[in-house]
Every structure is written in C-alpha cells, then in structure tokens.
Design a protein around this ligand. Structure first.
Ligand SMILES: O=C(O)C(=O)C[C@]1(C(=O)O)C=C[C@@H](O)C=C1
Length: 284
C-alpha cells in the first residue's frame, strides 16, 4: 500500500537520519580499531589469549549501564558491546572458546555466542574437566556451567597450583529478570599477563563438614566423595581464611585461590557476593 505524500517525506527524512547514525556508528567502530592498534603497541600483546583485561571490561560495562536510557533493552547494548570487545580482543591475540556441553548444551551455546559473539570459534567439550585440561594446554578460553550439586569429580581442582588456568569472570554479568543467555557459568583463562586486582576471589576448599552459604560468602558448586567435601566458594577479596571459616560455619582442611572476578551488575534482586547494584562495585 502506498503512503500519503507527507508521510513519504517524513519517512524519507527519518531514514536519512538512520543512515547518518549508522554511518557514524560504522566510522566510530573503524576509529576504535585504529585506537586498539596503537594500544597493542603499548601493551606489547604478543602471546595468544593474553589480551584480556576483565577488570577493565567490567568497569566499561558498568559505565555503559549507568548511562543507559530509553526503550532499547540494556542487554541488547551489552550483547552488541560484547561482540565488539571480543572482536577487538581477538584482533590483539586470537583465541577460541572451549565450552562444557555436559549441562544444558543449548543454553551454553547461547551464552557463549551472547558473550563472545560470532567471530570466535566454539569447541564443544564433553565436561568441565576437559575444558580445564584444554585451557591448560592452550591459550584459549573455557566456559563452564555452574552446576551446584552436579555429578562427577570437582573439576575446579584442576585450577589449583602455579601456572594453572584461573577463573576470570562470572556470567551473566548483568543480573536481571528479563534477559537472554541467563545460564550461570564461569569463564576460565590461562593466567593473565597483568590481571586487575579482583573484587571477589574464588577458592577451592576441602572440609569434613558442609559449608554454609550466605553471610557474605557464596557456594558455587559442591561435590562429596568418601567423606571429603570439595566446595567452590566466592568471597570478597578482603576476607582472610579465618573470616571465611567463621562465615562458612566450619574449619577448612585446605583452601586454594583459583581465580578472581569483578562483581556483576544487579539490576534486579538484592546485592550479593557476585552482584553489586549499579553505582557500587568498581569492576576491579
Ligand atoms: O584496554 C585494553 O587493554 C584493551 O585491550 C582494549 C579492550 C577494548 O576493546 O576496549 C579489549 C580487550 C580487553 O579485555 C579490554 C579492553
């Protein structure tokens, strides 16, 4: 059906505005690429996989969410921005993502594409332990679902020790009731060249009794075998072992630092160890 002449004129004018905006977005992306080129020279990024700066990414995302307004869903901005960031990170040092497909594989694939976009290669792995082994012998990233009481061995034991892979971030980064790609997961990376001091530390602990979650520490996963309880715990970076034991309600037999993350953004629900409201948390 043809439009009245005045509507046609108005439509043409609006489409010209949209074209001008798209031209600006495209030009700015090209400009961003040139800036990242100069940054590579200063950072001296040479080894594959070592271009990530998760603390920097977290504070950039916080700034974007704080400034966001209007009808466009903030998770759309997050997704577009993730595609941009991953592309520019891979231009500095190429990597693929090894994905644990043992738990909710379709949701894992969605999550991987939401956060790492379509320029990255995804490698399906049979379980979390295979992801850790892959990241250990390579410079790729890994994505592991958080399956709190799942079957199998405590895969996070593979992160204990010097030079082993580490947990670098926690997904989804923005917690909101209405969002795509909401499966809780952890990103595993080779040790980073200059990691930002994290807000939250992840610990692999063993204990004779169950750890109590809450009271400022979070239990992400637990397994039990032969009376030994293996637990993956998240705690604020300023808590020492005694404080963690007091909050966990039991003594710990062993405790090892297996990663550090920035707190995500809580748009819905109460603040937690892993999520701070917008305006709090510095991403570092
Ligand atoms: O700031 C950096 O160090 C960059 O490498 C740039 C950049 C970006 O594209 O903005 C890319 C990857 C990092 O994880 C963080 C930010």
């Amino acid at each position: 059906m043809s439009e009245p002449a005045t509507d046609t004129q108005a439509l043409t004018a609006l489409r010209q505005k949209i074209d001008a905006i798209d031209d600006d977005v495209h030009r700015l992306l090209i400009e961003r690429g040139a800036v990242v080129d100069s940054l590579v020279r200063i950072k001296g990024t040479s080894k594959a996989g070592n271009a990530f700066r998760p603390g920097r990414e977290a504070s950039m995302m916080r700034r974007l969410v704080a400034a966001h307004q209007g009808a466009l869903p903030v998770t759309t901005v997050e997704h577009i921005w993730r595609e941009i960031i991953t592309t520019f990170t891979r231009m500095q040092a190429p990597f693929d993502v090894a994905v644990d497909m043992s738990h909710a594989p379709e949701r894992m694939r969605d999550l991987a594409r939401f956060y790492f976009g379509f320029s990255v290669g995804l490698d399906a792995m049979p379980d979390a332990a295979a992801v850790v082994a892959r990241v250990a012998g390579n410079t790729d990233l890994g994505l592991v679902a958080i399956d709190e009481t799942g079957a199998g061995a405590p895969w996070w034991r593979g992160l204990i020790g010097d030079g082993t892979p580490r947990i670098m971030s926690h997904l989804p980064f923005i917690r909101s009731k209405r969002r795509p790609a909401d499966l809780p997961a952890l990103v595993i990376s080779p040790p980073l060249a200059d990691p930002t001091p994290p807000e939250v530390i992840l610990y692999a602990v063993t204990s004779g009794a169950d750890l109590v979650a809450g009271d400022g520490i979070e239990v992400l996963a637990r397994r039990e075998s032969g009376g030994i309880r293996d637990t993956l715990v998240a705690a604020p970076a300023d808590l020492d072992r005694a404080a963690i034991e007091a909050r966990a309600g039991t003594t710990l037999d062993t405790i090892a630092d297996v990663g550090g993350i920035a707190r995500g953004i809580a748009l819905d629900g109460a603040p937690s160890v892993l999520y701070a409201p917008i305006g709090e948390g510095d991403g570092a």
